[in-house]
Design a binder for this molecule. Structure first.
Ligand SMILES: O=C(O)CCC(=O)C1=CC=C[C@@H](O)[C@@H]1C(=O)O
Ligand SMILES: [Mg+2]
Length: 371
């Protein structure tokens, strides 16, 4: 529980770093994060700069869980991970794919679509289709998914998903947050059905991301039947334990995804993935491959389509048994120093921690109805 952590201890062990991205992703070119150490290991606090203190409080809760409570016991030793394709032109697709290991071993690719700032909806869709086609050409064995981050209107989503289902073919797994909100997702599912947008004869599956992680009530999606599956991210959901409960109560399939974390934060995502009873999809936890620098000497970059769960070894005797506790890798002090943010910016981050901590302490954040 986050109450075990003393705010002064958190602040005094905290390092604020800025890690350059290889490719711009969700508008980010320098990923900023705070790392701190507690009795159970290292934790991370990296809410995007535009988030307010209520939203940031969940991220702090997750970081404190990792550092003060620990990440728990594993069920699996390694996790299949998808490649994540930013909104790049087709000429860059191959180079990005290669960062996620041998392309032949990649189990799935998530392709960003509906990138903000493109001149027209027609132009945007043409670029998305070209990106998806190129991914399919290069990794025909991989599952494909698209993520629009709620960037389409209802009619745009219908049109785009029809075209993208055609471009992606039979291995199209799902569309993530095609429109914003919960009700609009539910409506879109009905519309897609009515218009017969299918994959291998089945209705195209819809995943909810922002509709879970930014919602007051993360279970509304499930209650309204707004999605076939949910994307779960440890930091915005307030930690591994809470994310596990949300998945269980939703009764839906879940895909664990990163929040563009450093390798320290990714360990918590791997903890969630290894603790889920079912893991029907490859997880979006390969994003250290999008960072040009990391805080640990051996970043969690996928190889052979999987990531190992850090700290977990083979059990003695039974070869298939997993043993040990999940442990985030420790940052190297040289890397923390190399990437440390200027003093003024670090002070800004420490203030954010204080504000997020205040938000955590001053509110009964997750009442029984909200988990
Ligand atoms: O799911 C993945 O493959 C990688 C993670 C990812 O796409 C995201 C991480 C962080 C911020 C988000 O904009 C984005 C997402 O929307 O899922
Ligand atoms: Mg998403």
């Amino acid at each position: 529980m986050w109450q075990q952590a003393d705010l002064d201890d958190v602040i005094s062990s905290a390092w604020a770093v800025g890690l350059p991205m290889r490719t711009r992703f969700r508008g980010v070119t320098l990923r900023e994060a705070v790392l701190f150490e507690g009795p159970a290991g290292w934790g991370e606090f990296a809410p995007f700069p535009e988030y307010g203190s209520q939203e940031a409080a969940a991220w702090l809760e997750a970081g404190l869980e990792a550092a003060w409570t620990g990440l728990g016991q594993p069920l699996r030793r390694e996790i299949p991970v998808n490649a994540t394709m930013p909104a790049v032109g087709p000429e860059q697709v191959e180079q990005v794919l290669r960062r996620f290991g041998d392309p032949e071993t990649i189990p799935a690719v998530k392709v960003k679509v509906a990138e903000p700032g493109v001149d027209s909806a027609d132009e945007s869709l043409a670029q998305d289709v070209a990106r998806v086609r190129e991914v399919r050409r290069l990794v025909p064995q991989a599952g494909l998914r698209v993520d629009a981050n709620g960037g389409w209107t209802q009619p745009q989503a219908l049109r785009a998903l029809d075209a993208l289902a055609e471009a992606a073919g039979e291995r199209f797994e799902y569309a993530e947050q095609p429109v914003a909100g919960v009700e609009p997702l539910a409506q879109l599912r009905e519309e897609l059905d009515r218009h017969g947008v299918t994959v291998a004869g089945q209705p195209l599956r819809i995943a909810a991301d922002e509709a879970v992680r930014k919602a007051e009530d993360p279970l509304r999606v499930a209650r309204l039947g707004a999605a076939d599956l949910i994307v779960v991210k440890v930091p915005p959901l307030g930690g591994v334990a809470r994310a596990l409960r949300i998945v269980e109560e939703s009764g839906l399939d879940a895909v664990v995804s990163s929040a563009l974390d450093t390798s320290v934060g990714l360990a918590a995502g791997l903890a969630l993935a290894t603790r889920l009873p079912e893991l029907p999809y490859a997880c979006g936890l390969g994003t250290a491959a999008l960072l040009a620098e990391d805080v640990v000497d051996q970043p969690l970059i996928p190889a052979g389509g999987v990531l190992p769960v850090p700290g977990v070894g083979a059990g003695e005797g039974a070869a298939r048994q997993v043993a040990g506790k999940i442990a985030a890798p420790s940052p190297s002090s040289a890397r923390l120093k190399d990437h440390r943010l200027p003093a003024e910016r670090e002070a800004w981050w420490k203030d954010r921690i204080r504000e997020a901590h205040h938000a955590l302490s001053s509110e009964d954040r997750w009442g029984p109805a909200r988990i």
